[in-house]
Design a protein around this ligand. Structure first.
Ligand code: LRY
Length: 228
């Protein structure tokens, strides 16, 4: 068991930066992601979110702030840290917080969300962030023992529309439900103004990924804007 204890209060009102490169992309290298993560910390990120065991290990070595780790396996259905074994691997790699699929969908290992979270708590010191796609997910995840609730999967599970920017309505709904867990706004926060709106809608902290750490997407946004 590793000592991975963090103070969640350090994240209150703060920016978390997600550094992820996708399979086949030029930046898909744990050293690169750790350097991107360290650069984000220089800019003020209070925590980092990274994908993959090696990325978690390299990022832990590169930054002093808390690391949210996940393991994406596939890209359909339940793919964000889908099983307890994936979650425990993230914790062993050094994740202070393990982000897992926090939806109500069946999980590939047949465990319930509550059993998965209990397994992480029993076998590691990591906290669990439940990546949710709806208010019903968030309510269920809180009841299942999640330490943090994320809106990560809003717009990706069919329960919510895929809004252009953050799903502020969902953030307000979950915040209003007073679930007693820090609410992390994540997903399509593409500008500082939207990050502010997410906090104002009731989020405890805000995760920004693509708009800070994915040059291919950002370049595409600019290129599109130049089209006649
Ligand atoms: C749905 C899904 O697979 N989300 C992933 C979760 O880790 C990442 O691909 C996102 O980049 C991350 O959630 C941050 O969101 P955005 O990049 O929109 O700021």
């Amino acid at each position: 068991m590793t000592l991975n204890l963090i103070d969640l209060n350090s994240l209150a009102g703060q920016l978390v930066v997600s550094a992820q490169a996708y399979p086949g992309e030029p930046m898909r290298d744990p050293r690169t992601m750790a350097q991107v993560a360290a650069s984000a910390v220089v800019g003020g990120a209070a925590a980092i979110r990274v994908q993959g065991i090696a990325d978690i290990q390299f990022t832990r070595a590169a930054v002093e702030v808390p690391v949210i780790g996940l393991w994406k396996d596939g890209h359909d259905g339940v793919f964000i840290t889908p099983t307890l074994q994936h979650a425990l691997s993230c914790a062993s790699a050094g994740a202070h917080i393990v982000a897992i699929d926090g939806t109500r969908r069946p999980r590939p290992d047949g465990l319930s969300l509550a059993e998965t979270i209990a397994g992480v708590h029993a076998e590691s010191n990591a906290l669990v962030m439940a990546d949710c796609g709806s208010l019903d997910d968030a309510v269920a995840a809180a009841a299942a023992g999640a330490d943090l609730i994320g809106t990560t999967l809003a717009g990706y599970t069919g329960e919510r529309p895929k809004t252009d920017g953050p799903d502020l309505e969902l953030i307000a709904q979950i915040s209003g439900a007073s679930l007693g867990r820090p609410l992390i706004a994540e997903g399509r926060i593409h500008s500082p103004a939207q990050a502010r709106q997410a906090l104002d809608a009731g989020a405890f902290a805000v995760v920004v990924g693509t708009a800070i750490t994915h040059p291919a997407s950002i370049t595409g946004w600019f290129k599109d804007a130049l089209r006649a």
